[in-house]
Every structure is written in structure tokens, then in C-alpha cells.
Design a protein. Sequence first.
Length: 135
Amino acid sequence: MKKTKGNLILKLMGIAIFAVMLFSLSGCGSSPSATDSRSAEVRRPTLIIYNQTGLYIYRINVSSSDDELWGPDLLGDNVLAPIRAFQVTFPSMGLYDIRLIDENGDSYSWYRQNVDQVTTYELIVEPIDKDPPQN
């Protein structure tokens, strides 16, 4: 069958009607889909703490630098073993203080750490040098 001008016009009209129907149906059921809710998730900055001390870390506290008190122990009943890592998710960007306490009771502290991007920061915790260098 040869194509005629009339058949072409009918095909174009059919495509146009189909497009209008599809467009009008896409607005039905206006509840957001699962895809929409995932794209609306808020990403937050994270910190990965690497324990290179050779000791167990018993406490990890993080708080806003504006707070006078340390935040709760993020490890809870757990410990951070040597050569292991722990991830902290910050509630938002800002200045934070970070404290770790090892099995000997030694404290490792970092104050006014600027968390200014939604990214992953890394903190490598190394042993405390107890003996001053000999001259």
C-alpha cells in the first residue's frame, strides 16, 4: 500500500492525540513517588575516623563548637578496635569539636573543625608520643 497524504495526516493526528492523553494522565494521582522522595533526601557531611593508635577507642564524642558539653558517646556499648574505622554523620555544616578516649584513658581532641561541605572527611588517629624526642 502506498503512502498518501491522507494517511500521513491521520498518523500525525493519532500521535498528537496519544501525546495529549499521555500528558493529561501523567498528572493523575499527584502523590509523590518513591523516586521523588529519594531525590529530596538531604545529604549530610560525614567523618570517617581511622584508628591507627594500636589501642582500643572506648569513646567518641562530637559536639558543635558552640556547645559547652560534649555530645553523647557515639560508640555506645561498642569499641573501635585498632586498624578499624567508624563513621560519624554530622547534622549539618558548621564548626565541631571531636574527642576520642582510648583504653588507657588518654584523650585525643580536635577543636573548631570546619565542616563546610557536604562531603566525607577523614581523620587518621595515630598513637600519642609519650616520650619527648631526645636531643
